[in-house]
Ligand binder design. Structure first.
Ligand code: UDX
Length: 442
């Protein structure tokens, strides 16, 4: 099939490349000239395992362009995979989606199927269809096909997806989508394919993300209780996970969830509830638990230093919102660094992948911009922790987990490790002259 994908972020780019890999001819459109020029040369805007290899493998079926007018002229199917960031009030911002919709309406020269992959509030597909009825003379089928990929394993999550959810409201669209995804429903992929109405498909995405976020907030609450009652959250999670009804995933306690999806999708769902006069109590609690959890390491640090943290030298290990991604969106590390800088703490940060200059981001969040001078970045753990008064761990990167713990005692001024991801076991610190604190373990 001749497919166009709008947006070359995590969702759009991975979708486009994976669709080319199952035999479709795909044009990826983005309005960012630099991004497209880089992609043409094989330079990727994101760090995703296996993606560049797939681009190389399918290069005869892949085009990258900023020329949307030509791209949207006569494809069989157009996927929309642009971002739906959070508005200030927590609702989803659909500006980018509607920008693309307008461009499509003015460029299309035939009937077409438009597939919405971006996470959009329930009912958006209906509104988009109405827009096309009013602004295009062609028959446009709007399909909801939410994305469930997780950053770091996005290619695998797309090709070997847990399920493909397709919400349509007419037979033509249903048949086109079945044909499009047929290769993924067969060997070797065997992805389950679920057809449903569009509103339910839109809801599956929000309900799934919120449920996963809820599991994390739940286990974090239990972890905080474990600390008080002298139980070990790692053992508790393990014990719970053997029950197939609970499952063993997303029960890892830590400093809460971050990233581009859970924080915004929980708030968006809560707002959808409010707009429909339903107070989603569980979603509300999930958000509130997460907000507190994200600041837990500073709380522990203050407790250790009897609230006197001004002037301390602190190492921050891990800047990304989770391991195996270069994304710092809604990363607890950034929020914590800003709070610590405001309290006149000196920060020495390390991350194995994220190495862009953070100065501008930090400055934009600091009330006293001068304090940004107290932040520095190091590209190895040794230098980051040297002469510091405590280490705060925010991301469970492999090289942080494998770091020789004796070095904390050797290199630090005051060997205190506050591990927000339970990267180590308490045993590793026995008789090492290092004070070790973690989440949900005494
Ligand atoms: C998530 C969903 O998993 C994916 O299906 C959806 O399409 C987009 O949002 P992603 O944001 O890439 O994907 O990351 P994910 O691996 O789900 O982790 C989200 C956050 O939760 C991270 O900050 C992670 O560290 C945290 N997390 C995850 C935990 O704290 N504990 C866990 O057990 C799992």
């Amino acid at each position: 099939m001749k497919i166009v994908v709008a947006g070359t972020g995590y969702v759009g780019l991975v979708t486009g490349v994976c669709l080319s890999n199952i035999g479709h001819y795909v044009t990826c459109v983005d309005n960012n000239v630099e991004k497209i020029e880089n992609l043409k040369q094989g330079i990727l805007p994101i760090f995703e395992e296996g993606l560049s290899e797939l681009i190389e493998k399918n290069k005869t079926r892949l085009i990258f362009t900023t020329d949307y007018t030509t791209a949207y002229k006569n494809p069989d199917v157009i996927f929309i995979g642009v971002g739906t960031p959070e508005n200030q009030d927590g609702t989803a911002n659909l500006t980018y989606v509607y920008q693309v919709i307008e461009q499509i309406a003015t460029s299309l020269e035939k009937d077409c199927t438009i597939v919405i992959k971006s996470t959009v509030p329930i009912g958006t597909n209906d509104k988009i269809e109405q827009y096309f009825k009013e602004h295009s003379k062609y028959k446009i089928n709007v399909v909801s096909n939410p994305e469930f990929l997780s950053q770091g394993s996005a290619v695998k999550d797309t090709l070997y997806a847990s399920r493909i959810i397709v919400g349509t409201n007419n037979q033509t669209a249903t048949e086109i989508m079945e044909q499009l995804y047929e290769p993924l429903t067969k060997e070797p992929y065997n992805v389950p394919y679920l057809k449903m109405d569009r509103r339910s498909a839109e809801m599956v995405k929000y309900a799934s993300n919120n449920f996963l976020a809820l599991k994390i907030s739940f286990i974090n609450e239990i972890a905080n209780l474990c600390e008080k009652i002298d139980a070990d959250i790692e053992q508790v999670s393990k014990g719970m996970g053997y029950d197939k009804r609970i499952g063993n995933q997303f029960l890892k306690a830590g400093i809460g969830y971050g990233g581009s999806c859970f924080p915004k999708d929980t708030k968006a769902l809560y707002n959808i509830g409010k707009e429909n006069n339903i107070e989603l109590e569980i979603v509300k609690a999930c958000i509130s638990v997460n907000n507190n959890q994200r600041m837990l390491l500073i709380e522990k640090l203050k407790k250790i230093y009897n609230n006197n943290i001004k002037g301390l030298n602190i190492a921050v290990l891990g800047l990304t919102f989770k391991a195996n991604t270069d994304d710092i969106r809604e990363s607890a590390a950034i929020e914590n660094i800003v709070t610590l800088l405001q309290e006149e703490v000196t920060i020495k940060a390390y991350d194995p992948i994220y190495n862009k200059d953070l100065t501008k981001i930090l400055e934009s969040k600091l009330t006293n911009k001068e304090l940004v001078k107290k932040f520095s970045f190091y590209n190895n753990i040794d230098n980051a922790i040297k002469n510091t008064d405590a280490v705060l761990i925010f991301t469970d990167w492999y090289d942080i987990k494998k770091y020789t713990v004796e070095k904390y005692a050797l290199l630090m001024n005051n060997p205190i490790v506050i591990d927000g991801r339970n990267c180590y076991s308490a045993n590793q610190f026995k008789n090492k002259n290092i004070k070790y604190f973690s989440i949900g373990r005494n």
